[in-house]
Ligand binder design. Structure first.
Ligand code: PGA
Length: 242
């Protein structure tokens, strides 16, 4: 596990965008695993800038997002479908049919949707580069702390800490969806390369626990210590407890 400490959020975003651009420039049809949340917003903004000056071309790139709320329509402004369009897809030349975000609601057969999602990732040759943020409770994607973790894409009940953390995007905590579909730990760990981004003091305790040398399902991100090719790009505040 390599840890690159940078000065601030801006530096973290630039470095992450450079890694994505290198990946895509080396392999035009790269399969990227994408994350949402506040953390990768700056990286997406930089990738859009790089696209505009022809430093990166998304024409053959394929993407799979980590997760999505089940109860929200893809058109809801707080859905991750809207997030991805707003921050990246609407501004670059990616083909809509090459972008994938898990989607299902309560009436549909979610387990079938999850199986198909994993199959699609597999049939595209797996994820070349996975981008991750980290929750204050150690979740990656929506793989929440608990007695056990799941390997495959699955339906998940969101943890209270996650609902509270994400309530800043909604008018009240009651509006935050309680359930989501998330890629599992296996789908994430099978990515050929992973970059995990973290910025700010609020992430310092969980970064400390995630790189401690111990692995626990109480801190899902701690499993990443077993990955062969992972880089943490973290700002000074996020490593202040190391
Ligand atoms: P954040 O979320 O980037 O908004 O802090 C990270 C996460 O919950 O995975």
């Amino acid at each position: 596990m390599e840890i690159k400490v940078v000065e601030n959020y801006q530096q973290m975003s630039l470095k992450a965008a450079d890694i994505v651009a290198d990946q895509v420039n080396q392999k035009k049809d790269s399969v990227l695993g994408l994350a949402t949340g506040s953390t990768p917003e700056g990286m997406y903004a930089r990738l859009v800038e790089m696209y505009r000056v022809k430093m990166i071309d998304f024409a053959s790139v394929v993407t799979f997002n980590l997760d999505e709320y089940t109860a929200l329509s893809p058109k809801h402004p707080q859905s991750y479908h809207c997030y991805m369009n707003r921050h990246l897809f609407d501004h670059i030349n990616i083909k809509p049919e090459n972008t994938h975000i898990p989607h299902g609601n309560n009436e549909q057969d979610i387990s079938e949707i999850c199986r198909e999602y994993d199959y699609k990732i597999f049939s595209m040759g797996g994820i070349d580069l996975q981008i991750l943020g980290i929750g204050v409770n150690g979740h990656i994607g929506f793989n929440e702390p608990g007695q056990y973790l799941q390997t495959r894409t699955h339906l998940v009940e969101l943890a209270e800490e996650t609902i509270e953390a994400n309530s800043r995007f909604f008018s009240s905590p009651e509006e935050v969806p309680r359930r989501a579909i998330t890629m599992g730990m296996g789908s994430i760990m099978h990515a050929k390369k992973i970059i995990l981004l973290a910025s700010g003091e609020s992430k310092a305790p969980v970064i400390q626990k995630s790189v401690s040398g111990r692995i626990s399902t109480d801190i899902p991100a701690s499993l990443l210590q077993l990955h062969r090719d992972i880089v943490l790009i973290v700002d000074k505040q996020a490593v202040s407890l190391l």
